[in-house]
Design a protein around this ligand. Sequence first.
Ligand SMILES: Cc1cc2nc3c(=O)[nH]c(=O)nc-3n(C[C@H](O)[C@H](O)[C@H](O)COP(=O)(O)O)c2cc1C
Length: 368
Amino acid sequence: MNKQPLLEKLQLGPIELNNRVVMAPMTRSRANNPEKTPFDIHVEYYRQRASAGLIISEGSQISTRAVGYINTPGIHTAAQVEGWKKVTQAVHEEGGKIFIQLWHVGRMSHPDFHGGELPHAPSAINPHSKSFTPQGFKETVTPKEMTIEEIKQTILDYQKAAKNAMEAGFDGVEIHSSNGYLLHQFFNRTSNIRTDEYGGSIENRAKILFEVIDAIKEVMPEDRIGVRLNPSLHGIFGMTTDEETIPTFDYIIEKLNDYKLSYLHLSEPFNDVSDIPHAVTQIAHRYRPVYKGTLIINASFDQERGNQYILEGLADAVAYGKPFISNPDLVERFAKNAPLADWDTDTFYTPGEKGFTDYPKLTVSKSI
Ligand SMILES: Cc1cc2nc3c(=O)[nH]c(=O)nc-3n(C[C@H](O)[C@H](O)[C@H](O)COP(=O)(O)O)c2cc1C
């Protein structure tokens, strides 16, 4: 392909992206220090990948209560803000842009992270999943149903985290409302059986997302806020689709049009849902006509399909996850139609540089 749509610039609100190749948010569990602060190796990791049109950082907890995985960095303390400042500065020095993903795992956690207290969730329903604790993988437990007061506090935690993100020099924030974590748990009937204003109807189950956006809007421009959704998630991260799941996402995505957000980031199904009666198999096809703003699409895209989706108007940009782990220069490789290096799943979440900052760029062959 001569002219690749993936390599064209994209205007994202006030921000101009050099290309439409987005680095998807990926937890890498390298913040193995007591403060859960990004440090030198994070600076190097993100700097290496700064030729992405946009980097979306690994999920970063908005409070100590929001944690559910070992050694994930936070964005709720002064030390964490200082750590992230070095990361954003490095990415900007290389001409890149970076958003931080604001994360609360809800019930996908374990009492070991909370001094023995139960994780918080919309309802007391065990996801029957695993939590990656300092002592290894453990079975999840039945969480504590959040009080209204705790919900309001959590919304304030998102707001504070967004404020911190601006201070740390991020170009924007992505609200992690997908993949079975807290906000997604509110959307779904199987994880939310509340009978108050946050449960029952579709509008009530979606309400918290809009309250989070409204709270964040108070501390930063709306066109620097992105939202991530995974409508057809089924059978993983404790989520199950039912007959109201897709109507809920229809409602949410339609309502997001009321905002002038930076973007909506959607995932195609993570697994084969063709036999699942209530799931949609082609997310971009369903939601591109619905959402009027900038759309980023993700999950299992290669170079060709990414170019195709943009060419066909199914998305404005494509987020690549695993390919960015093993190809820090993914954009250059696409530009040269060069082969991609394989990723090593064994080092996705292990501490240190191995499998993090030691993937080489393309070697430049010198002609004699
Ligand atoms: C190691 C790893 C960590 C991930 N962590 C996150 C995360 O923190 N937040 C998130 O929204 N998605 C996370 N994901 C999902 C990716 O953003 C992406 O949706 C997924 O890898 C599919 O895209 P791909 O096929 O291009 O890899 C993670 C994926 C991987 C492989």
